[in-house]
Design a protein around this ligand. Structure first.
Ligand SMILES: Cc1cc2nc3c(=O)[nH]c(=O)nc-3n(C[C@H](O)[C@H](O)[C@H](O)COP(=O)(O)O)c2cc1C
Length: 206
């Protein structure tokens, strides 16, 4: 049985790594017959800060056409995948600010019973892959979400090695998103779609 799954991919990215992973996930999800909303959260940094960093300015311009996320994107979705670069081992303030606007819809129970998953990118190998993803998943529990992590459920997951979610290490801005991260992104997106489809098709449990 094929149920159309609605997937929102909501991310913050300064220098483009998270944006590229988000695009890879979106393409994989479309291929898996999901309806996808790819959304960035609003930038909070001043324009001078963006302009002072060529990679940040380039990503800002390249993703100018990506719509800014709203609460409606979550209400609409059967599944949501959030992406954030690590910031001192935690999620970015931009994504946190967006999450903190969701109190009203959370209170109405509109964020519960959906599938949630997350991905990240770091500058160093041990700079916070797991801590960022675990911090992000705190919010999923408060939403009443169904957390779908990739685990080691595919042989390629032993290459990227992170069971909590796709994570890339940009090595201080010198290592672009490559095949290993892209494979992990596709595996995670396909798994989220698969589980969201199964849950959507199941009889409602009260
Ligand atoms: C304020 C700040 C804090 C950061 N903190 C960490 C950190 O704790 N660990 C780490 O490995 N990288 C850290 N980074 C690096 C970014 O997480 C990393 O470059 C990431 O790949 C950027 O993703 P993006 O290209 O999508 O913006 C930090 C960067 C900034 C600007």
């Amino acid at each position: 049985m094929s149920t159309t799954v609605k997937l929102a991919i909501i991310y913050y990215s300064a220098t483009g790594n998270i944006a590229q992973i988000a695009q890879e996930m979106a393409a994989a999800a479309w291929k898996a017959d999901a309806e996808v909303r790819l959304r960035k959260v609003a930038e909070l940094a001043p324009q001078e800060a963006i302009d002072a960093n060529p990679a940040w300015a380039a990503n800002h311009a390249a993703t100018a056409d990506v719509a800014v996320a709203t609460a409606d994107d979550l209400i609409w979705a059967d599944a949501v995948i959030f992406g954030s670069p690590t910031r001192f081992g935690n999620i970015s303030s931009q994504l946190k600010q967006f999450l903190d606007t969701l109190g009203g819809v959370w209170q109405q129970g509109l964020l519960a019973d959906k599938v949630y998953s997350g991905f990240t990118s770091t500058g160093t190998q041990h700079g916070g892959h797991e801590s960022t993803l675990l911090a992000l998943s705190n919010t999923f529990h408060h939403f009443g979400g169904i957390v779908v992590a990739p685990g080691y459920t595919h042989p390629d997951k032993f290459a990227d090695g992170n069971p909590y979610g796709t994570s890339h290490c940009d090595a201080g801005g010198t290592a672009p998103v490559g095949d290993t991260t892209r494979a992990a992104a596709r595996i995670q997106a396909e798994r989220v779609v698969r589980f969201a489809r199964a849950i959507s098709a199941a009889p409602v449990l009260v």
